[in-house]
Write a new protein. Structure first.
Length: 136
C-alpha cells in the first residue's frame, strides 16, 4: 500500500496560494474596481448579485479549506496506521484517534473477521456504518 503523506497538504497549499494571489490582485486593482462601481456603470442589482457571488465563492473556498484540513488529519492517521502495520505493532490503533475513519474501518474489519464472515470492502466504503454501534 502506497500512501503519500504530502498530497493533502499540497492541495491545501495550492488553495491558500490561490486565495492569497486573488487577494493581492484585488488589492492591486482596487482603484479600478471602486471606479467601476462608483461610476454608475453597475447598478444596485449588479452590486447585489456580484456581492452574492463573491460571498458564495468565499464560503465555498472556506468549506474546501476546512474539508481539506480534516482530510489532512485523516491522511496523517492513515499514514501512521500503515506505518504501524508495517512495523507489526501489536495494537496499531492504540496510539491513534478513535474517531478517525481509518481506525473505525480497521476495527470494523476485525469485528467482521471475528464473526467469520468475508469482508465486504464495498460495505466498508459506505458512508454509513453498517456494523453495530457497540461492536468494539
Amino acid at each position: 500500500m502506497s500512501v503519500n503523506k504530502n498530497s493533502a497538504r499540497s492541495t491545501l497549499f495550492q488553495i491558500v496560494i490561490f486565495l492569497i494571489f486573488t487577494a493581492v490582485l484585488l488589492f492591486i486593482f482596487k482603484g479600478k474596481i471602486a471606479t467601476l462601481y462608483s461610476s454608475g456603470e453597475i447598478n444596485v442589482t449588479g452590486i447585489v448579485l456580484n456581492g452574492l457571488i463573491v460571498i458564495l465563492f468565499l464560503l465555498g473556498m472556506f468549506r474546501m479549506v476546512i474539508t481539506l484540513l480534516r482530510y489532512v488529519n485523516e491522511h496523517q492517521t492513515l499514514y501512521r496506521l500503515v506505518t504501524y502495520l508495517k512495523e507489526d505493532a501489536t495494537d496499531p490503533i492504540s496510539r491513534l484517534s478513535a474517531n478517525a475513519l481509518s481506525v473505525q474501518r480497521y476495527q470494523a474489519i476485525h469485528w467482521i473477521n471475528k464473526q467469520g464472515a468475508p469482508v465486504n470492502q464495498g460495505a466498508l466504503a459506505a458512508p454509513y456504518p453498517l456494523y453495530p454501534a457497540g461492536f468494539v
